[in-house]
Design a protein around this ligand. Structure first.
Ligand code: NAD
Length: 441
């Protein structure tokens, strides 16, 4: 791969988004384009491929009514953005969060294209979601919202076309409702094949062993590689977490089993701190019962500003995008940021981290464990098989390790940061396929 001397400015090709009065989604999309632009300077990507990748292939928006428990009707807006499918069926999570916007989902869908390419998973990239606060709806209401959304997406999803999975605010129950709705719509023959319409299902309903913890497990495999490279002993190391949901709580439990200590956690309810170590299983139980980390008895409360400055070896953002800006990056007191979340660091944040010699394992690498085991689930459904946990974990470990070292080799060869390298490796793979296949007709 040779460096392209004068690659076109991607923001020119893609149009410069507005900077004033931007919502979080628009900012996130702009940040993504800026990161992409840096990587485009490192690999030779055909202009027409850049053009294709500059916008999602399909943007599906559905508005649908649902009757709530009190008899009122509410109109919901659901999104499914299909960024690219040159490498395989569209693949990506469904997010239920009150900040979901079209731009946010566009950025997340593009990241999925590059994540799957980096991990060599035969999928393209997609993402979807509904702009709701899931905490405000009852179990029955969430079921009705999910089923009606799935119904209205209709043929826009399918086991070989576009395969949703869980993301923020959704879980295996959400996926099972989606699967059941889809199967009822499509007819009940060929059940194993149709289950593949979603991944991240519960074990009972056709999910894979190890999927629940897969993203957290993948984060830890990356931490192990980083620790080996940088001489950090995980036994006795300290770490902090933003987000204590699927990714955060699983990462915490695995890393503490290796001897590391969780010293601080922040979620949407507040921040907590204990230099002696927080017991992750107890905290998970507390969060399950109380809805958040606030008030947990095994730690002291912490102000938001103090949280990021906590001294530790490893910082794992596992909540929202755009959390580590220049200011937060200046306050961090760790050796490495390992991105469980998608897009948690801004371009300015990255620059400060580099300046301060704080390493980053970027999102498309660090949190890829989820999509890798989703792919394993899809393969198991296709073959009517059920793999043992050990097999899932060892296949995941291999995939994460390979991709991690490909990213590191590219970063070293080009003397660039890991994020730019990870995106460049992915872009190069997508480009190669476009060059070989050409553009129809
Ligand atoms: P989740 O819904 O299970 O948990 C989200 C966590 O974020 C919760 O602890 C919540 O309290 C916290 N949070 C929300 N708003 C916050 C705020 N303003 N400040 C601090 N914390 C806040 O979600 P998840 O599945 O763990 O996903 C977390 C991140 O990981 C997201 O960026 C998601 O895209 C990414 N991710 C998830 C998966 C997966 O398999 N679930 C895979 C890859 C990437």
């Amino acid at each position: 791969m040779s460096k392209k001397p004068d690659s076109p400015d991607v923001t020119e090709v893609m149009g410069q988004p507005e900077e004033e009065n931007e919502d979080i989604g628009a900012q996130f999309y702009r940040e993504h384009l800026r990161q992409l632009e840096r990587s485009l300077g490192e690999v030779e990507i055909e202009d027409h491929v850049q053009l294709v990748l500059s916008e999602p292939k399909n943007e599906v928006i559905v508005n649908f009514p649902v009757r709530l428990d009190d008899g009122r009707y509410e109109l919901f807006t659901g999104y499914r953005i299909q960024h690219n499918n040159i490498m395989g069926p569209y693949k990506g999570g469904m997010r239920y969060h009150h900040d979901v916007t079209l731009d946010e989902v566009k950025a997340l869908a593009a990241l999925m294209t590059y994540k799957c390419a980096l991990l060599e998973i035969p999928y393209g990239g997609a993402k979807g979601g509904i702009r709701i606060n899931p905490h405000e709806y009852s179990h029955r209401e969430k079921e009705a919202i999910t089923r009606r959304f799935t119904h209205d997406l209709g043929h826009n999803i399918g086991p070989d076309y576009d395969i949703p999975g869980p993301d923020m605010g959704t879980n295996s129950q959400t996926m099972v409702w989606m699967m059941d709705t889809y199967m009822n719509m499509q007819g009940m023959n060929d059940k194993n094949a149709k289950r593949r319409v979603v991944t991240g299902k519960s074990l009972a309903s056709g999910g894979s062993r190890g999927r629940e913890k897969a993203t957290g497990q993948g984060v830890i495999y990356c931490i192990q590689e980083w620790a080996n490279e940088n001489g950090l002993r995980l036994d006795g190391a300290t770490f902090m977490l933003q987000g204590y949901g699927n990714v955060g709580s699983n990462a915490a439990q695995i890393l503490t089993r290796m001897g590391a200590e969780l010293v601080a956690v922040q979620d949407h309810t507040g921040a907590i701190y204990n230099p002696e170590g927080i017991y992750p299983r107890k905290l998970a139980q507390w969060v399950n019962e109380q809805g958040g980390v606030q008030g947990y008895e095994g730690a002291q409360a912490l102000e938001a500003e103090e949280f990021w400055a906590v001294e530790c070896d490893i910082c794992i953002p596992a909540a929202l995008e755009l959390q580590i800006d220049a200011d937060v990056a200046q306050r961090l007191n760790c050796q490495v940021v390992v991105e469980g979340a998608n897009g948690p660091t801004t371009v300015e944040g990255d620059a400060v981290l580099q300046e301060r010699d704080i390493d980053v394992v970027p999102d498309i690498m660090a949190n890829a464990g989820g999509v890798v085991v989703s792919y394993f689930e899809w393969v198991q459904n296709k073959r009517s098989e059920r793999w043992q946990l050990q097999e899932v974990d060892s296949r995941l470990h291999y995939k994460m390790k390979m991709a991690y070292h490909e990213m590191r080799a590219f970063a070293r060869e080009h003397a660039i940061d890991n994020r730019t390298a990870a995106l460049a490796v992915a872009l190069d793979r997508v480009n190669q396929v476009y060059v070989e296949r050409g553009i129809f007709p």
